[in-house]
Design a protein around this ligand. Structure first.
Ligand code: GRF
Length: 224
């Protein structure tokens, strides 16, 4: 489990559904695009497709059903214990549809990242594609960001933009955005694994340089 003489970064991925972003991590780790090993996949929902994707890749997968807990705090505490047992370097939210408590977030601050299907700070929260279409926007996209206690408000690392076409439905747009999600999330993961992106005092640094508020903009050069 090494790359050169460096150990692979240990990654834990949290999901709630289809896990297409999880799949992009599985593929990127197996082809060496990301110098990481996925130690575990954890879902708060049983029976979701992402769990099958993990099984197919021989990755330990665990269901922690939030409905079995009395409170958000108890769920988060148990979730944190399970994650910590894998001693991860990086914790990845990949379509994990739970709001996390401050206690949880603070435990993993600086090593917890999320992908959100909008060009943050536009459209935090749900139904991003429908909201962008209704607003008459011509551009949508996705943002990878460090997670802080502010919902979808942590500092942005990398964004990718896609056009909104005149007849787009939210489903059309979601599909177009997902394609770039699958490109940019592994790029950020690799930067993280190589120590090229860090969060310090709430700000993002890439190769030592401070990143602006909306993050870097993805282009094919961003990969290098
Ligand atoms: C993605 O659009 C992601 O940005 C959002 O939830 C969706 C998850 O999709 N947070 P998948 O489960 O990775 O296919």
């Amino acid at each position: 489990m090494t790359v050169g003489d460096q150990p692979l970064s240990k990654i834990v991925i949290l999901i709630s559904g289809s896990g297409s972003n999880l799949q992009s991590f599985i593929d990127a780790c197996s082809t060496g695009i990301v110098d990481g090993k996925i130690m575990a996949v954890i879902s708060n929902r049983p029976g979701v497709k992402g769990l099958d994707r993990a099984s197919a890749a021989d990755i330990p997968n665990i269901v922690i059903d939030h409905r079995a807990f009395q409170s958000r705090e108890e769920f988060d505490q148990h979730l944190a214990e399970v994650i910590t047992s894998f001693t991860p370097d990086l914790v990845v939210l990949a379509g994990f549809m739970r709001i996390l408590t401050d206690g949880f977030v603070n435990q993993f601050i600086g090593k917890l990242i999320n992908i959100h299907p909008s060009l943050l700070p536009a459209y935090p929260g749900l139904n991003t594609h429908q909201r962008a279409i209704e607003a008459g926007d011509s551009t949508a996209g996705a943002t990878v960001h460090f997670v802080t206690s502010e919902l979808d408000g942590g500092p942005a690392i990398l964004q990718a933009a896609v056009p909104i076409l005149p007849k787009d439905t939210a489903v059309d747009l979601a599909a177009r955005v997902l394609i770039v999600e699958h490109e940019i999330y592994p790029v950020v993961a690799q930067w993280y694994c190589q120590g090229r992106v860090v969060m310090d005092q709430g700000k993002v640094f890439h190769d030592g340089a401070a990143v602006g508020e909306s993050g870097l903009l993805f282009s094919s050069e961003s990969e290098h």
